[in-house]
Ligand binder design. Structure first.
Ligand SMILES: NC(=O)c1ccc[n+]([C@@H]2O[C@H](COP(=O)([O-])OP(=O)(O)OC[C@H]3O[C@@H](n4cnc5c(N)ncnc54)[C@H](O)[C@@H]3O)[C@@H](O)[C@H]2O)c1
Length: 326
């Protein structure tokens, strides 16, 4: 910025301040108290919120402190939903890379609230069915209903099948598969009583094909598809849908960590190297997905437009399926 531009910017700033001061003065002069102004503003805000598709609805997102879960919560909040973020937000034994922290969860809550909706942040583990049931009940007490359950919490693990200990096998199956089962169990009685609801599970591309490098993870993600279809059958008569999304590689901390990158690319442990692999695998000319791409698909499955879609599997795989037999 040169001197003239700086001066112009400064005088523009002064002009703006003068204008705002004048506007406030004339509003006060016209007998408008400032708090009336804020009340009117809040009402307008409320009215604009009520025009949104998910206004007055409540979405419960497991693993919502960061990554795909957080972005999904944000997209649903932008559409007017009140949000429950349920995340372990601390380290778990036998998980070899950092999970979200309590600070991540608190930050996520603030960001969701900045969308003009309400947000509950609950620190809890999807392996804990009692805590999940309490949390879903708390959602109903706070927000009046439980309209969307996004069973997204998950961990990854990499290595050849024969190398895993019992504890390492258990932690993946307990979180990814049993955790999703428990999340669905916590939502179902509430949704059945309401006679409405949407459940979306987050599986993976490794839930659609085997994986030599992610064998236990893959088994857990295949299991989630069986869970989605069985849930869809169990709750169809209650007007509740259940679907599952299977994303390819997504740019999150599940992959962007020393454990995963160091195992796959020991000589060049970078997301840039991984992105090249994603580009080679994808048919469309793209590398990593961003969380927003998955969030948008989940949002669609929760929308009124998807009311008659249930028991279906949605691959988000940049054209890879085009190479498979029909
Ligand atoms: N990133 C990818 O490439 C990719 C691809 C396909 C599917 N997925 C799936 O998407 C989901 C979200 O993953 P992400 O990529 O956003 O990863 P992420 O690690 O950024 O987020 C996962 C979140 O789940 C939380 N979490 C982990 N264990 C938990 C537990 N026991 N209870 C409650 N919360 C727990 C973590 O703290 C974290 O906030 C996972 O199920 C993952 O398997 C990811």
């Amino acid at each position: 910025m040169n001197d003239n531009e700086t001066k112009n910017e400064e005088s523009l700033g002064t002009d703006r301040r003068t204008f705002i001061a004048g506007a406030v003065a004339s509003a006060v002069g016209a007998g408008l108290a400032v708090n009336h102004f804020s009340e009117a503003h809040a009402q307008t805000n409320q009215e604009s919120q009520s025009l949104k598709e998910f206004a007055g609805r409540c979405a419960f997102v497991t693993g919502g402190a960061r990554g795909i879960g957080y972005k999904t919560a944000e997209v649903l909040a932008q559409a007017g939903a009140n949000i429950v973020l349920y995340d372990v937000a601390q380290q778990i034994k036998n998980v070899k890379y950092p999970l979200a922290t309590a600070e991540d969860l608190a930050k996520a809550k603030k960001q969701i609230e900045s969308q003009g909706v309400q947000c509950l942040a609950i620190q809890g583990d999807v392996r804990d069915s009692k805590r999940l049931k309490e949390a879903t009940q708390q959602a109903v007490s706070e927000f009046g209903s439980l309209d969307m359950m996004i069973a997204n919490a998950g961990i990854t693990q990499i290595g050849f099948l024969h190398t895993f200990t019992d504890e390492e096998i258990d932690v993946v199956l307990d979180i990814n598969l049993a955790g999703a089962i428990k999340s669905v169990q916590a939502a179902i009685p509430i949704m059945q009583k309401q006679n409405s609801g949407r459940i979306v599970l987050v599986s993976s591309i490794t839930g659609r094909a085997g994986s030599q490098y992610f064998p236990i993870y893959s088994a857990s993600k295949w299991g989630m598809i069986g869970l989605a279809k069985s849930t869809a059958l169990s709750v169809a008569s209650n007007n509740v849908t259940c679907n599952v999304v299977c994303p390819s590689l997504v740019n999150t901390k599940l992959l962007d960590n020393d454990y995963v990158l160091g195992t796959i690319f020991p000589k060049n442990p970078t997301m840039a190297a991984f992105n090249e692999v994603a580009k080679q695998r994808h048919v469309l000319p793209v590398g990593f997905y961003e969380p927003i791409h998955v969030a948008n698909t989940i949002r669609f499955l929760c929308s009124d437009a998807a009311a008659y879609i249930s028991g279906d599997v949605f691959d988000i795989q940049a054209g890879i399926n085009a190479q498979s037999p029909a």
